[in-house]
Ligand binder design. Structure first.
Ligand SMILES: NC(=O)c1ccc[n+]([C@@H]2O[C@H](COP(=O)([O-])OP(=O)(O)OC[C@H]3O[C@@H](n4cnc5c(N)ncnc54)[C@H](OP(=O)(O)O)[C@@H]3O)[C@@H](O)[C@H]2O)c1
Length: 307
């Protein structure tokens, strides 16, 4: 059977990661079924317009997950973020329950290749961030199942740099790494390219856990790059210690940047070789990132919202 006869079920397809994966799988010639809560919403309709089949369901409803798995070859599993800043009111326990249920139901349905998207900071040691540790727990569960699987751990998305509250509108960008410290990033669209590549070579990627990122930049690099696009000076400094002390969420993330788990350890050169076409930070900033940066500079906002 060729790709055109095999269907991959994609979770979160109306969102960032799932949307990127659904699009890349379609471009690579797979049949795609998207698991959506509301087939009538604009994002779901846009998926359907590209030939993607819609399966209505909810992660809280195991029967709907099971129904969506009928005749499926592969599954891309991602859950909405949990905890502070999460848009969906999902608790850390919900995220674990959803992620383990999708994997168990995939196993029961004889799925041939299961790809779970975790996060770069996941691993054997607790991070103290609920929405990272939930992913470590799901990873361990997936690894324990007798099913061909691959786990990807995306680094921070380039897109999160444009969220409100990090000073772009005030001419000084603030983030977690120190000015001379590198942090790895990935453009959301590249997650799809990598996952589509993984589905096309199951033997090569079976039972592997792969950190994924496409570039690494320092705080100073960001200042230089943002200033060039904005045609005005934008400085960089790390979030001030006073803020990190007051705000345990940001403080814990800063500690994870210090110990390297947030800044990332992906083998970027190997990823560019294995998955041609991944975007450098400059390429992203010349394309989709440019408008996002200019909008962030012209916006007003004072809350930090990171997932
Ligand atoms: N931000 C980062 O830098 C970063 C880095 C690594 C990993 N992550 C992780 O990436 C994951 C999510 O990624 P994202 O940004 O792609 O998500 P997103 O854009 O927020 O989209 C969430 C998706 O989940 C769906 N959804 C929400 N509740 C659901 C439910 N009960 N049942 C079924 N579907 C449901 C939404 O569908 P509807 O259309 O129905 O709302 C939407 O498609 C999170 O776990 C996050 O922690 C983030």
């Amino acid at each position: 059977m060729s790709k055109a006869d095999k269907t991959i079920l994609v979770f979160g397809a109306t969102g960032q990661q799932g949307g990127s994966v659904a699009k890349a799988l379609r471009s690579a010639g797979w049949r795609v079924r998207a698991f959506v809560r509301n087939p009538d919403n604009a994002n779901a309709k846009a998926l359907a317009a590209t030939g993607i089949e819609l399966a209505r369901g909810d992660l809280a409803d195991s029967q709907s997950i099971n129904d969506a798995m009928a005749g499926i070859h592969g599954v891309f599993s991602v859950q909405p973020s949990s905890g502070q800043g999460a848009a969906y009111g999902v608790t850390d326990e919900d995220e674990v329950r959803y992620g383990t249920a999708v994997a168990d139901i995939a196993l029961k349905n004889g799925v041939r290749h299961f790809v779970y998207s975790s996060t770069g900071a996941a691993g054997p040691d607790k991070t103290g961030m609920g929405h990272f540790d939930s992913k470590s727990e799901i990873e361990a569960h997936v690894r324990g199942l007798d099913m061909v699987h691959t786990i990807v751990r995306p680094s921070a998305f380039m897109e999160i740099l444009m969220l409100p509250g990090m000073g772009l509108d005030k001419g000084e960008f603030t983030f977690f790494m120190h000015a001379d410290q590198q942090m790895q990033f990935i453009a959301v669209e590249d997650i799809g390219k990598i996952v589509a590549g993984i589905f096309s070579e199951p033997e090569r990627y079976s039972s592997r856990t792969i950190e994924i990122a496409s570039d690494a930049v320092t705080g100073k690099d960001l200042a230089t790059k943002f200033s060039a696009v904005a045609a005005r000076t934008i400085g960089y400094r790390r979030f001030p210690d006073s803020l990190l002390e007051q705000n345990p969420f940001l403080g814990t993330l800063a500690k994870l940047a210090d110990d390297g788990r947030l800044t990332g350890n992906a083998d970027i050169a190997a990823l560019h070789e294995a998955f041609p076409g991944l975007l450098t930070f400059d390429q992203w900033l010349e394309g989709a990132g440019r408008d996002a940066l200019l909008a962030a500079i012209n916006a007003t906002g004072d809350t930090v919202s990171l997932r």
